[in-house]
Design a protein around this ligand. Structure first.
Ligand SMILES: NC(=O)c1ccc[n+]([C@@H]2O[C@H](COP(=O)([O-])OP(=O)(O)OC[C@H]3O[C@@H](n4cnc5c(N)ncnc54)[C@H](O)[C@@H]3O)[C@@H](O)[C@H]2O)c1
Ligand SMILES: [Zn+2]
Length: 358
């Protein structure tokens, strides 16, 4: 474990419970000002812990936004920029994003565009953000119901992961965060997948910290091969073409579901497509669906939601020339990017999911 934590540190990812390491880092970089961005839950539950040990966060100005995906939009972003100006942040100021993926996505976007870009540090507070959203440099906001339509690539100056912050994360959110750990296992490492499922089924006392560290190593390893998402990195989008389309269609109905649940449903549907394409065995697809269903109550897709999901799917950023492009798995621990699938094939897979998950 020490070696793995050391490997992360070399990539400016600090996995520690020593909040003082954050102060040492900030001290070294001589920022003119430090501002904390968080949502109402993370400001209430996580900031007080950081403030116990960090004089920088304790003395920082605070920008608080409402919790929930509904805040990841341009209006809230304008509010953030206005407060950054009110706080007189300059190009040598630092933004600390203290929150889940919603906060790090919009915070990284706001910091990357403010005065053509200032430094920001992600301090993820949700499991999903610890293993996924806070790494890899993608930032962005949603437009209406369309997920991550506007945004860019820009790496955080550092990521500080304090696992203690998970203590206040609602149990359901923690469980949803596991969706990305499961995804990392399915695309890259069967053992990681088995360990995640065993942890969730409470069969084995796998160490959560080790699962987190392994999951980050998988993510940043894939990102390093292709930082700008042209090829190998698309593997991380496994489950997400369908997942985002499902998330958007529920958002449009004003019944938002968690990103993690949408991705789990997305993986099951994309596996059905991979089976139809002859790239995955039916047995493996069934095993994965059973594993997931033994742990999660999956979102139900009613017959009249299939058309809206297809509509959002066709707008997916990974599509080329209006043909649906998917990252799929060929077995547990291995995947393939840029597989073309027809609209009819996608419709049939969603239909089949909708009949199975009632
Ligand atoms: N940039 C990327 O590479 C990337 C990758 C994956 C996901 N994402 C994005 O991340 C977002 C989802 O992230 P999320 O699941 O963390 O959602 P989130 O940020 O909305 O957090 C979920 C909920 O948990 C609360 N919360 C978070 N940490 C807490 C804590 N320690 N104690 C108490 N409450 C806490 C939040 O206030 C919120 O209500 C989506 O917008 C998704 O698009 C981005
Ligand atoms: Zn995701």
């Amino acid at each position: 474990m020490e070696n793995k934590i050391g490997a992360l540190k070399n990539k400016q990812v600090y996995f520690t419970d020593e909040v003082s390491e954050l102060d040492t880092f900030i001290e070294k970089n001589k920022y003119t000002k430090v501002v904390v961005l968080g949502d109402n839950n993370t400001i209430e539950n996580c900031l007080p812990y950081l403030n116990l040990f960090s004089s920088y966060t304790a003395n920082a100005d605070i920008i608080e936004i409402d919790a929930g995906e509904g805040s990841k939009n341009i209006d809230i972003c304008i509010g953030i920029w206005n407060m950054m100006m009110d706080y007189e942040m300059d190009r040598k100021s630092l933004l600390l994003n203290v929150g889940g993926g919603m906060v790090s996505d919009i915070g990284a976007f706001a910091a990357s565009t403010y005065m053509r870009g200032i430094d920001f540090i992600n301090i993820p507070t949700s499991l999903l953000a610890m293993v996924d959203a806070s790494h890899g440099g993608k930032n962005g906001i949603d437009v209406n119901d369309y997920k991550n339509m506007i945004g860019g690539f820009n790496n955080p100056t550092a990521v500080f992961i304090f696992p203690t912050l998970l203590d206040t994360l609602p149990a359901e959110e923690k469980k949803y965060g596991f969706a990305e750990i499961i995804k990392h296992g399915l695309i890259a490492n069967e053992k990681h997948y088995d360990a995640a499922i065993a942890y969730l089924q409470e069969k084995e006392n796998s160490d959560l910290n080790e699962l987190i560290v392994d999951s980050i190593l998988i993510k940043i390893g894939i990102v390093a091969q292709d930082p700008f998402d042209k090829n190998e990195r698309k593997l991380l989008n496994y489950g997400h073409s369908l997942g985002h389309a499902i998330e958007s269609s529920f958002l449009a109905l004003e019944k938002p579901i968690s990103h993690g649940l949408a991705v789990l449903a997305g993986m099951i549907i994309e596996n059905k497509i991979a089976v139809a394409l002859g790239l995955l065995t039916e047995n493996t697809a069934t095993k994965i669906a059973q594993d997931i269903q033994s742990i999660y109550t999956l979102p139900k897709i009613k017959a009249d939601t299939i058309a809206p999901i297809l509509h959002y799917l066709l707008l997916d950023k990974k599509n080329v020339d209006a043909s649906i492009q998917l990252a799929i798995i060929t077995k547990i621990g291995e995947g393939k990017v840029a597989q073309t699938c027809s609209t009819a094939m996608a419709a049939a897979a969603i239909q089949s999911y909708s009949e199975e998950i009632k």
